[in-house]
Design a protein around this ligand. Structure first.
Ligand code: FNR
Length: 365
């Protein structure tokens, strides 16, 4: 479909199922085992209801937010996602350039299909976040951290911790072909077909260090001055640990349902944190991703205390329309967010952060 026909984020994912190859679709839209967490992420956002306030003069509103020292136009960033070239030739350069136009941030993945210099150069005036999987060969990660120090555009380091081993992605395993362009060289691994199948995620993810532990945050700290954000927190206990271990932020995430299946919908974890460790929201910058598909979801997350949300698959799919697609994806979110704020009687997002009076959570509590 032409870009004009795309009016919400689900449209991007649907368009990609028609346009993308089977393997690219399996890799992007796929998740673990029975897809229970994938589906729950989405459906739980829909069980949060607003308590709208009316007659509040919503002619002027402010959607800006401060995230990890960066002022952004709205509190949504593009999640780190591997090999964006599978969605379109511009890959991460489209994500970076589109984010810049929209005034938001792209968190670029260590498993990107473009080199870091090229990605940063495609949005030379925009800040970035950088996501790292710690390598079994620690010296490789240390080298990357050293290199990051020289790139002034990078403002925070996300360490992904929810994928100690690559999970069972059945759609990805079932397609055993090695399509041209998909088996890109990644972290020393080539996409292979073996007895378990043809899983692109699995065969390229074996470098991830499953021995990683909380004590290693001190090692990360020793090698970077950047704010450290632990991505993949799935319980209030771990949120509290992250705070005690001195990182600057967390992402409540289950990897978009691509890690442990039956891990809780991320919004459930956020609610558990409000109940069991509300202090974390004051001490750390709390982000959430997984199933965010509407601007109104951004408003919900902020009212629950989050500083921002990550949006994954819709942006990855929008790359099929190049930079213009990414821009449109962000524009739709911005427009939906503004509409939801006006209809809810919220004029300033920063003021609404943590204000539960706008939400009715009874359906899931
Ligand atoms: C991911 N995700 C991911 N996360 C990460 O920390 N490093 C990575 O390299 C990747 N790669 C990746 C590839 C693809 C194709 C997808 C869809 C996802 C997870 C991602 O950052 C995020 O947590 C989820 O995508 C959020 O869920 P939604 O918005 O896709 O539902």
């Amino acid at each position: 479909p032409p870009l004009e026909a795309i009016i919400n984020l689900n449209d991007f994912e649907e368009a990609f199922t028609k346009f993308g190859t089977k393997k690219a679709n399996a890799y992007i839209s796929g998740a673990s085992n029975d897809l229970l967490t994938l589906n729950a992420n989405k459906s739980y956002w829909q069980k949060l209801w607003f308590r709208p306030r009316v007659m509040r003069n919503v002619s002027a509103i402010n959607t800006e937010m401060n995230m990890l020292g960066c002022k952004v136009k709205m509190p949504a960033y593009i999640c780190p996602m591997g090999i964006a070239k599978v969605a379109g030739p511009e890959g991460e350069t489209a994500l970076a350039a589109g984010a810049a136009t929209a005034g938001i941030i792209h968190c670029t993945s260590v498993t990107a299909s473009y080199g870091l210099d090229e990605i940063l150069a495609s949005a030379p005036n925009n800040p970035f976040f950088y996501q790292l999987y710690v390598d079994k060969q620690r010296h490789k990660s240390e080298e990357i951290l050293r290199k990051l120090e020289t790139h002034k555009q990078i403002k925070a380091l996300f360490i992904t911790v929810d994928l100690a081993v690559v999970s069972k992605r059945e759609a990805d395993e079932r397609i055993r072909t090695q399509e041209a362009g998909l088996s890109v060289y990644l972290a020393g691994q080539q996409n292979k077909v073996d007895k378990k199948g043809g899983g692109l995620a699995r065969t390229t993810g074996s470098f991830i260090d499953w021995a990683l532990s909380w004590d290693d945050l001190a090692w990360v700290r020793k090698h970077t001055k950047l704010p450290i954000v632990v991505k993949g927190i799935q319980s209030a206990v771990d949120a509290k640990l992250a705070m005690q271990m001195g990182c600057q932020g967390i992402v409540v995430s289950n990897h978009g349902g691509r890690a442990l299946d039956n891990a809780p919908a991320t919004i459930l974890t956020l609610l558990e944190m409000r109940r069991d460790c509300p202090e974390v929201f004051d001490k750390l910058e709390v982000f959430i991703d997984g199933g965010v598909r509407r601007g109104s979801d951004i408003l919900k997350a902020v009212c629950l205390g989050a500083r921002g949300v990550g949006v994954g698959r819709p942006f990855q799919c929008s790359v099929m329309y190049n930079k213009e697609g990414v821009e449109q994806c962000a524009e739709i979110l911005q427009d939906e967010l503004e509409t939801a704020m006006r209809l809810c009687g919220v004029t300033d997002l920063e003021n609404a952060r943590g204000d539960l009076s706008y939400l009715n959570t009874s359906e899931i509590e």
